[in-house]
Every structure is written in structure tokens, then in C-alpha cells.
Ligand binder design. Structure first.
Ligand code: XBP
Ligand code: MG
Length: 235
């Protein structure tokens, strides 16, 4: 059964992997925190691609700890290691090391000019969002977004739909009037569970994910313009 998606009233963007290809910087930051803590761990690209199946850096750490250590992960250690990792990540990203992906800044501008609302729905921390968006959007980046739901507002991480449900409530819009952008299977499942039509732009780390249920899978947003978003066939 296919129905056409009307021109969306709001665009809801995932952050990591969608607005910017940040996971390489996250992985480096995790490894720098592990070295600092003397944990003797090192997450290779291959291992990290598997660990990304767990959304949320804190949850990812706990899951890996249970995999490789005896006994449950000490909460205070998890908090300390994740805080160290966030310091390393925000330093890297704050130096402008991670640019927005192709087409993102243009699409944000087109939406703003057309009065289409913008929102963020992410499992990452507020500090990471701030560090990532200050460089391309300036210190007033938050004003571009009508709603932001993140790891601080939504303890239940993707594929749970909590961040998307929070954004829909803040926007006061029905799911079908919005369009979500994601990079991963967990993110797609979260947006679909909230009933939101979703476009996927995978990264190298998520290219082999299962994107069943997506409106479409694009390499990036470089060729996609706002006026093309209405009329997409939804599954
Ligand atoms: C992707 C995630 C995040 C990042 C790490 O978030 O799962 O956990 O991998 O960031 P998104 P934190 O929903 O934006 O794709 O360590 O801050 O969680
Ligand atoms: Mg993502």
C-alpha cells in the first residue's frame, strides 16, 4: 500500500551520522578515554561498527564492559569514562574537525526560508550537539530548531521512539506531517515506531544496516532539495 507524503511541515534530523559523520570522532574519543583510564581497551573500526548496534555511548560502554570484564560495570566508572570521552569528543568537534554532511546546511536553510520547522532527535548528549553545531551554525544554532530531544531528555535510547515522540509533542504536529532523516537501523526503527516517514542517508559504518521501512535510502542529501520532499511514496 503506497500513499504519497504531502510536503512536510517539519524536518526532524538525527545528529550522529546524519547531520555529520561523527562516529569516527566518537570512536577516537572513546579510545582516548580508555587510555586515560588505563582500561587497556581499544575499539577498532570493525569492533565499533558492531558496538554501534547499541545506541547511547553510556549504554554502549556498559554493554562492552559486560562482554569483556567479570562482574557488572561499576556505575561511577561508566560515568567517569563517558564524561572523559565526551570531553575528548567536544574538543575535536569544537575545533571544526567534523563538518556537516553534503546538503545538510543547504536543506536547513531552504526549510527555514520556507517556514518548515526543524527539529533534532538524537541519543547523544547536549554537549556534543552544541560542540558540533556551533561551528557551522554559530553560537545561536539552537534558534534554528523548534524542538530538540536528546540523551538528556530521553533516557530510553533508539530504537525506542522516545526522542521522536518528545519532538512530535514539542512541535504539536502529527507524525505523518513530518519527515525524519536518519543514518542507522536503530534510528530508522525509532522514527518508524513513532509513525514518522523517514529518509536514510547511511554512513560507511551503517551501510550494511537493514533499512526496510525507509521512504528512501540516499548516499547523502547533496542533491535533495526541499521542494522534492513532498510527493515521496511512503511504504
Ligand atoms: C548516535 C549514538 C550516540 C553516539 C555517541 O546518536 O548512538 O550514542 O554514538 O554519543 P544519534 P554519546 O541518535 O545522533 O545517531 O556518547 O554522547 O551517546
Ligand atoms: Mg545516527
Amino acid at each position: 500500500m503506497y500513499s504519497l507524503v504531502a510536503a512536510p511541515l517539519a524536518l526532524i534530523f538525527d545528529v550522529d551520522g546524519t547531520l555529520a559523520d561523527t562516529e569516527a570522532a566518537h570512536r577516537e574519543a572513546f579510545n582516548e578515554a580508555f587510555f586515560e583510564e588505563g582500561l587497556g581497551w581499544y575499539w577498532s573500526e570493525e569492533l565499533y561498527a558492531r558496538l554501534l548496534g547499541v545506541s547511547g555511548g553510556h549504554e554502549r560502554l556498559a554493554s562492552y564492559w559486560r562482554e569483556v570484564e567479570d562482574g557488572p560495570p561499576p556505575p561511577s566508572t561508566l560515568r567517569r569514562v563517558h564524561a572523559a570521552k565526551t570531553r575528548h569528543f567536544t574538543r575535536k568537534v569544537g575545533q571544526g574537525q567534523v563538518p556537516l554532511r553534503p546538503g545538510v546546511l543547504r536543506l536547513l536553510g531552504e526549510a527555514g526560508a520556507a517556514g518548515v520547522q526543524l527539529a533534532l532527535a538524537t541519543t547523544t548528549t547536549p554537549a556534543n550537539i552544541e560542540a558540533l553545531l556551533r561551528a557551522p551554525l554559530g553560537p545561536g544554532w539552537r534558534a534554528h530548531f523548534a524542538a530538540v530531544a536528546d540523551g538528556a531528555t530521553a533516557p530510553l535510547k533508539k530504537p525506542h521512539p522516545q526522542v521522536y515522540l518528545q519532538v512530535l509533542e514539542s512541535l504539536g504536529l502529527p507524525a505523518a506531517a513530518c519527515l525524519a532523516f536518519e543514518d542507522s537501523a536503530n534510528g530508522l526503527r525509532a522514527a518508524c515506531a513513532a509513525g514518522i516517514p523517514t529518509l536514510v542517508t547511511p554512513t560507511a559504518l551503517t551501510a550494511s544496516d537493514d533499512f526496510a521501512g525507509a521512504l528512501g535510502v540516499w548516499p547523502d542529501l547533496g542533491e535533495l532539495h526541499l521542494d522534492q520532499l513532498g510527493g515521496l511514496a511512503s511504504p
